[in-house]
Ligand binder design. Structure first.
Ligand code: ADP
Ligand code: MG
Length: 249
């Protein structure tokens, strides 16, 4: 254990490149995510936000560059991809929950199967987490009985149940009716208060501005501009960032 474990980046990307066929999607991405911070990834559709998150979770293999989780190179071919994924929670835009399992069963699946917790222990932990995050009454419901907002909240709870080192959220409110967005973002706020390290791809600019410690503007596969929310939203340096923000805000 190094002495700077308290402040050393949880996630670090160095010159990450990724193509699909002939299309170069990540053209040398550098990123550093400090412990207990929230990084918001903003940028136009197709700029590479999802690909970046998928590379971080080893759902995509990078072509070049390196990714480190707690200082350990996870893009090393000898790294144990399953072990890495156990340390990283992911929630996507939609369809995160298994429809044939109750909320409680969804949440206890990984703690039981992957982490070897007893059923009783996993269920007690899950009920406590659901209770704390305002979903206690939904534990025994099937996902199709929940609103989209409740489903996304349950998906976040499921990702947290294995106590990940890092949580990746990819446009988790994009498929929701506008009136349901607030409750999901509210939960993300609480998760931040608990100190979770997160990387969030989002089109919710007001939310990014409020919750993020660091904002990264992706443009055509590179982090074109990064900084505090005040800097990136308030006084963007790059002309392309200014144009993007004018269009979207
Ligand atoms: P964003 O999340 O910012 O909208 P993506 O990472 O989803 O951007 O996509 C970036 C580019 O990569 C897009 O042009 C998209 O079409 C392309 N892309 C993403 N995934 C694949 C894939 N599996 N195969 C081919 N092209 C892909
Ligand atoms: Mg995307």
């Amino acid at each position: 254990m190094s002495t700077d474990a308290g402040t050393a980046p949880v996630l670090r990307m160095e010159a990450v490149r990724k193509s699909f066929g002939t299309s170069l999607v990540l053209r040398g991405v550098d990123l550093e995510v400090a412990p207990h911070t929230v990084t918001a990834l903003i940028g136009a559709s197709g700029s590479g936000k999802s690909t970046l998150l998928r590379c971080a979770n080893l759902l995509e293999e990078v072509d070049d560059g390196a990714i480190f989780l707690d200082g350990e190179e996870i893009t090393d071919p000898r790294a144990d991809a399953d072990a890495v994924r156990r340390r990283i929670g992911v929630v996507f835009q939609a369809y995160n929950l298994f429809p044939h399992l109750t909320v409680l069963q969804n949440i206890t699946l990984a703690p039981r199967r992957v982490h070897g917790l007893s059923r009783a222990r996993a269920e007690a932990d899950a009920r406590e987490l659901l209770e704390r995050l305002g979903l206690g009454a939904k534990a025994d419901e099937y996902p199709d009985r929940l609103s989209g907002g409740q489903q996304q909240r349950a998906a976040i709870v499921r990702a947290l149940a294995v106590r990940p080192r890092l949580l990746l959220l990819d446009e988790i409110t994009a498929a929701l009716d506008p009136e349901l967005v607030g409750e999901v973002l509210g939960l993300v706020r609480e998760v931040k208060e608990d100190g979770m390290t997160m990387v969030i791809a989002t089109h919710e600019m007001a939310f990014a501005r409020e919750v993020a410690d660091q904002v990264c503007f992706l443009d055509a596969g590179v982090v074109l501009e990064r900084g505090t929310p005040e800097a990136v939203f308030g006084t963007p340096r790059e002309e392309r960032t200014q144009r993007f923000l004018r269009r979207i805000v």
